[in-house]
Write a protein that binds this ligand. Structure first.
Ligand code: GDP
Ligand code: MG
Length: 311
């Protein structure tokens, strides 16, 4: 099969029929064998009924329905596991992404050998309350990850089939899939300007403020786990030893001052408290590193590495 289109959705009943026929039309004109994997994430409207109807009309449609709402990352992950296509494209369900982009995205993955191509909604049809925070989000992510993309969180993305099987998207991490892919070793990441359309039916589900707090924390987790996940002691141990040594040197100095130069009242000096603090913090960091190493030793991902080729 050439292509799997994965569509995570929540309460998008009105958009789905139009979207499915549009994808079908594009794939058939371009002679792509395809499947459409719709993941209904606990919708409370008629989305699932609509998907059942679409499935009856077109066997290329597949549906997965969660028992409750788990979030977009969970839906993407589950959809990814189900795909069979050589190329996988994710797309929002609300018709803001255009299926007309499919052929070019497929070509970029196949011929330009990208691991991942991310859409860039250069001209957005969203209110300022969404576009301004997004600019900030993208700048921070670019800076922290070193990946030169303009629009990390675009729902329209294309992947080589084996990439989606290898990366793990969970929590709220769907915003950072390019970063996850990079840390998994898929570094050929491209970008394509895509058309963004105004929402036709329904309403946006990502307007809240919590994404500004959770987002940066998620990014830090990804970067940290990528860099030190398999060797936590190198992070905690280094900081711990450094802090411990600073404290130790300070306290030795103060002890000499007291015993050799008979300087009394060293406990009144700020340096004394700083020395003790550094010693304690250092010990704790070191122990944290130890515990992290022990957890790592018992974890299921301990010796999991992605092998690109084997001969
Ligand atoms: N699986 C899943 N998909 C969701 C959820 N919330 C929104 N979506 C889908 O994610 C896509 C983008 O959401 P949307 O509300 O349009 O966000 P916006 O384009 O940033 O305004 C749409 O296809 C939604 O149906 C959710 O909780 N779970
Ligand atoms: Mg949308």
């Amino acid at each position: 099969m050439d292509l799997s289109v994965v569509i995570p959705l929540k309460n998008e009943a009105e958009s789905l029929p139009e979207l499915a026929t549009w994808i079908q039309r594009v794939c058939e004109t371009n002679r792509l064998t395809y499947e459409i994997v719709m993941v209904d994430d606990g919708s409370t409207d008629d989305s699932w009924k609509v998907i059942e109807g679409l499935k009856n009309a077109n066997p290329a449609v597949r549906g997965i329905r969660f028992r409750r709402n788990y979030g977009k990352s969970a839906a993407l992950h589950t959809g990814f596991q189900a795909t069979e296509g050589e190329v996988v494209i994710t797309m929002d369900a609300d018709l803001q992404d255009s299926p007309d982009e499919i052929p070019e995205l497929v070509r970029m993955i196949r011929e330009e050998r990208y691991d991942l191509v991310s859409g860039w909604k250069k001209k957005r049809h969203d209110p300022l309350s969404k576009t301004i925070p997004t600019k900030l989000f993208n700048a921070v992510t670019r800076w922290m990850s070193g990946i030169r993309l303009h629009d990390f969180n675009c729902g329209l993305k294309a992947y080589r089939g084996d990439v989606v099987k290898a990366i793990e998207v969970y929590g709220e991490m769907h915003r950072y899939i390019p970063v996850i892919a990079k840390w998994a070793g898929f570094s050929r990441i491209g970008e394509k300007v895509v058309e963004h359309r105004a929402r036709k039916y329904g309403y946006t589900k990502f307007g809240g403020l919590e994404r500004f707090i959770n987002g940066p924390l998620d990014l830090m987790s990804i970067s940290f786990v990528g860099r030190f996940g398999k060797r936590p002691m190198h992070f905690f141990g280094t900081l711990g030893v450094l802090s411990f040594l600073i404290g130790f040197v300070i306290l030795v100095y103060l002890s000499i001052a007291k015993t050799v130069y008979k300087e009394y009242g060293i406990a009144d000096r700020p340096l004394f408290y700083f020395g003790i603090l550094a010693l304690i913090v250092g010990t704790q960091l070191f122990l944290t590193g130890f515990i992290a190493e022990m957890i790592n030793r018992n974890s299921a991902t301990r010796n999991t590495y992605l092998i690109e080729k084997e001969i």
